[in-house]
Write a protein that binds this ligand. Structure first.
Ligand code: DWN
Ligand code: ZN
Length: 407
């Protein structure tokens, strides 16, 4: 792909993370010889401001009946989605008779269950059948298909137009954003709203959180690029609300052009993004240099700990950790294993780096001296839960915003 996925202008590559496997492609040792790799390289479109992957594996390779990520594994995220649902009901559903909400990428129902509890008419669209089944078991209406204009038409025929279309950590996964935006514009009522949140480019650049870049994240959004992408389909950015989730996210609120008052937050963030240089390629060249420093610092630290004979275990086999381990060349010689609470990942090897993934019990019954915090975005929740690790002298290694040992 040499042209922008949004506006078709020529894109400017600014770095490569090298050959990468599927971020959630946990595997068994007999699958190593057929493991799939692609070139993970982001590029910038100076025309519309979109940061995007040059190459992305097919959707079928990433999201299938064995998709390894279940949203509801984190308590803080459950609370976050409850608050998200309440924001929609309080700010957008107050004067609507029978509001209808559609969520794209509804995963295991972590957000929609809050609407269901309030008897709000809802529909989830979730292509990964195994996670969708978890939602259906809780009585959350879900269809397992990829969203596009054709599906939008069928939804309108069967359920009517939507008052709100929502998504969280999903929009940045969809390469054909134009087709999805077209479908959403069709699905929404004339005064409906599209509200979605994703990791925010401003935070990725400030914190050098390069691990937000992996196969599933085909875009890293900013307010500027979201406004340009959806503006092409008659949807106007009417508000932006920063979120602490996933290490710094942004909630974007959009509506059919002219249907809603535009908040002052929108012009404020446009100015802020310009001041941060998100519209200039030199910002991305500086980001590349910061990634290289982060990589060198992390590898150097792990090598020192190894030479001292210390045990280092990875904490949480996140999608993000696939970028870190493969970009930095960190394998089982530096990390004994990765502890993870998701059963489907346990007993497998991490993608590309082939570090064994073990259950949390393996961590807690024989605690290491150091834990490399791959789920740095959940640090607050994890530190609360891991008092015992600290109490017995365990130390955390973090690499965002910089490589450091947290005593
Ligand atoms: O966008 C995406 C985000 C929302 O979720 C997806 N593309 C995939 C996924 O990314 P991730 O895997 O980097 O998400 P998390 O939430 O940072 O990490 C989840 C993983 O961490 C799970 O395998 C569970 C594990 N974990 C753990 O073992 N102990 C998580 C926590 C909080 C813990 O205490
Ligand atoms: Zn573009």
């Amino acid at each position: 792909m040499t042209n922008c996925r949004v506006c078709n202008s020529k894109i400017e590559p600014f770095m490569t993370f090298g050959k990468m496997p599927i971020a959630n492609g946990f595997l068994t040792s007999d699958q190593i010889s057929s493991e799939y790799f692609f070139e993970l390289a982001p590029a910038f479109c100076s025309e519309c401001g979109m940061v995007q992957l040059i190459e992305q594996p097919s959707a079928e390779k990433m999201f299938h009946e064995n998709y390894a990520f279940f949203s509801s594994t984190s308590k803080h995220m459950q609370n976050h989605f409850k608050a998200f649902a309440n924001y929609i009901m309080d700010s957008h559903f107050k004067n609507r008779e029978v509001p209808f909400v559609v969520e794209l990428g509804s995963n295991d129902g972590i957000m929609l269950r809050n609407f269901k509890e309030e008897n709000v008419k809802h529909l989830g669209v979730e292509p990964s059948a195994n996670v969708a089944d978890v939602a259906r078991e809780q009585g959350i209406q879900t269809i397992s298909e990829f969203f596009n204009l054709e599906l939008a038409k069928r939804i309108v025929d069967e359920y009517g137009n939507a008052d709100a279309v929502l998504s969280a950590n999903v929009m940045c996964h969809i390469p054909d954003i134009n087709s999805v935006a077209e479908g959403i514009a069709y699905l929404l009522k004339d005064d409906g709203v599209l509200v979605f949140e994703d990791p925010y480019l401003g935070d990725v650049i400030t914190k050098t959180s390069y691990d937000q870049i992996y196969d599933e994240h085909v875009f890293v959004f900013s307010a500027t690029s979201v406004s340009a992408a959806f503006g092409r389909h008659g949807l106007e950015l009417i508000d932006v609300l920063p979120q602490v989730t996933h290490g710094g996210s942004m909630r974007y609120v959009l509506a059919p052009k002219g249907s809603h008052k535009v908040s002052e937050n929108v012009s404020v963030i446009f100015d802020k993004e310009q001041a941060q240089g998100l519209d200039k390629i030199k910002t991305y060249h500086a980001f590349k240099a910061n990634c290289e420093k982060s990589r060198n610092d992390l590898v150097a630290l792990l090598n020192i700990l190894k030479s001292e004979g210390k045990r280092v275990v990875g904490y949480a086999a996140t999608s993000k950790s696939t970028t870190v381990t493969n970009y930095c060349g960190i394998g089982p010689e530096l990390i004994e294993f990765i502890s993870d609470t998701t059963p489907i990942k346990q007993g497998k090897l991490s993608p590309g780096a082939h570090i064994p993934v073990k259950s949390y019990a393996e961590f807690s019954k024989n605690m290491p001296e150091y834990a490399l915090l791959f789920a740095w975005n959940h640090a607050k929740e994890i530190f609360e839960n891991e008092e015992a690790f600290k109490a017995q002298g365990g130390k955390w290694i973090s690499f965002v915003p910089k490589v450091e040992i947290i005593e």
